[in-house]
Write a protein that binds this ligand. Structure first.
Ligand SMILES: *Cc1c(COP(=O)(O)O)cnc(C)c1O
Length: 369
C-alpha cells in the first residue's frame, strides 16, 4: 500500500518527479548543469514575482531562516519578530542564538498580527533593523497578510524578512510589489519535491545590509552564492537531483499557473472543512480572511482521541495526518493537502475516520455492557 501524506509538509511527491529523481546524476561544474541552474533561476524569479536574485541552497527551510539572520544582521542588532505560532518562535530562537536584541509581539495561536502593534513597536524602539514575519503559520493555519507590512517597513530603514516556506505557491506572493527584502521557501512544501532545497530571494536593500553584517557564516554566506550564480553554479555541491527535478516541477507549476493552483487548493480546503465538521470536528480558524490553503486545522473537542486516531490511520492504512504543535499537540489535527490531491482522496480519509469511530464506539459499548 502506498503512503499518503495528509501533512503540511513534506507533501506527496508526484510520479513524474519520482521518475526524474531516479535518473543519472550530471556534474555540477559542467555546462549542462549551468544551463539548467540558470533556467531554474528564471523560473524561481517568476514564482517569487521578482527581478532580484533567488538563491538556491541545499538545506531544509530552517537553514534558510538561519541564513537570513547571519547574512543580514550583526550581534546586538535590534529586531522585531511577529510571533503568531511555532514558526514565529523559531525566528525568535534563531535570533537569540546569534545574540540579536529581540523584540517580539506574541499573538494567541490562531490569530494574525495587527499592523498598529508593529508601528507602536517602531515608535518605542526606533533602532529596529529587521522585522520577521511568517507568511503562512503552519502550526495554526493562519495566513499573515504581508503586503501592508511591506508598505510600512519599506518606509523605515528596517528590512522585512518573510518565512514563506509553506506560504509559496498556495497563496499569492509578490516579492517586488509587496516590498519584501528577504523571502525564504523550501522544496518540500509547495514545490512538489522532497525536502532538501531552500530558496532565498533578496532585495537591493537586503544586499546592502549584507555588507554590514558581521555575524559568523561560511556555508551560508550569500555573497558566495551570488557570485557563483552568475556563472550558473552553486559554491558547494548542490543536491543535483533535486535541482534537476525542480526544473520540471517549476514547469508544471508555471504551466498550470499559480492562480489556478490557489483556486483549486481553496476549493479543496473548503471541501475538507465541510467534511471534517460533519465528522464532529471544530474548525480552529473561523475567519475566512486569515485562512491559508495548505492545511485545515481542526479541534477534536473530545470527540476523538487524536493520538489513537493518528496511529490508527498510519498503522492500518498508511495515511499520515499531522497532529497539532506546541500547546495543541493532543488537541488538534492538521490535515495537509500539499501537492496532488483529489476529492476522492479526501472521501477516502473521511471513510477511514468513520471506520475508526465505529470501532471505538463498539469498544465503548463492550466496556459498558
Ligand atoms: C515547514 C516549515 C518550516 C521548517 O522547515 P524545515 O524544512 O522543516 O526546516 C519553517 N517555517 C514554516 C512556516 C514551515 O511551514
Amino acid at each position: 500500500m502506498s503512503k499518503k501524506l495528509f501533512t503540511p509538509g513534506p507533501g506527496n511527491v508526484p510520479q513524474f518527479i519520482r521518475v526524474q529523481l531516479s535518473k543519472d546524476l550530471i556534474h555540477h561544474r559542467m555546462s549542462d548543469y549551468e544551463k539548467i541552474l540558470k533556467r531554474v533561476e528564471k523560473k524561481l524569479q517568476e514564482v517569487f514575482m521578482t527581478k532580484q536574485d533567488v538563491l538556491v541552497l541545499t538545506s531544509s527551510g530552517t537553514g534558510a531562516m538561519e541564513s537570513s539572520v547571519v547574512n543580514l544582521f550583526s550581534k546586538g542588532d535590534e529586531v522585531l519578530v511577529i510571533n503568531t505560532g511555532f514558526f514565529g518562535q523559531r525566528f525568535i530562537d534563531i535570533c537569540n542564538t546569534y545574540e540579536l536584541k529581540v523584540h517580539q509581539i506574541d499573538y494567541k495561536w490562531g490569530q494574525t498580527y495587527q499592523l498598529q502593534d508593529v508601528k507602536e513597536m517602531f515608535n518605542k524602539h526606533p533602532k529596529i533593523k529587521g522585522v520577521f514575519v511568517t507568511y503562512h503559520e503552519t502550526s495554526t493555519g493562519v495566513l499573515n497578510n504581508i503586503e501592508p507590512l511591506g508598505e510600512f517597513v519599506h518606509t523605515t530603514s528596517a528590512l522585512l524578512i518573510a518565512d514563506c516556506i509553506s506560504g509559496m505557491i498556495h497563496h499569492p506572493f509578490e516579492f517586488d510589489k509587496w516590498k519584501v527584502d528577504c523571502a525564504v521557501a523550501s522544496s518540500q512544501k509547495g514545490f512538489l519535491l522532497p525536502p532538501g532545497l531552500a530558496f532565498v530571494a533578496l532585495s537591493k536593500k537586503a544586499k546592502e545590509a549584507m555588507t554590514e553584517s558581521n555575524l559568523p557564516k561560511y556555508y551560508w554566506n550569500y555573497q558566495k552564492y551570488i557570485n557563483y550564480f552568475k556563472k550558473g553554479q552553486n559554491p558547494y555541491t548542490p543536491s543535483i537531483s533535486l535541482v534537476l527535478a525542480l526544473d520540471i516541477a517549476l514547469d508544471m507549476i508555471l504551466e498550470k499557473g499559480i492562480d489556478r493552483i490557489i483556486q483549486e487548493k481553496m476549493m479543496l480546503r473548503k471541501y475538507i472543512e465541510a467534511k471534517m465538521q460533519e465528522l464532529g470536528f471544530e474548525l480552529f480558524i473561523k475567519d475566512e480572511v486569515i485562512k491559508g490553503n495548505v492545511l485545515v486545522p481542526i479541534l477534536s473537542n473530545h470527540n476523538y482521541d487524536i493520538n489513537k486516531l493518528v496511529n490508527f490511520l498510519d498503522n492500518r492504512y498508511n495515511i499520515t495526518v499531522s497532529k497539532g504543535q506546541g500547546p495543541y499537540t493532543e488537541l488538534m489535527l492538521r490535515i495537509g493537502f500539499l501537492s496532488e490531491f483529489s476529492y476522492e482522496d479526501i472521501d477516502d480519509l473521511v471513510n477511514k475516520i468513520l471506520e475508526y469511530k465505529a470501532i471505538e464506539d463498539e469498544n465503548q459499548n463492550e466496556q459498558v455492557s
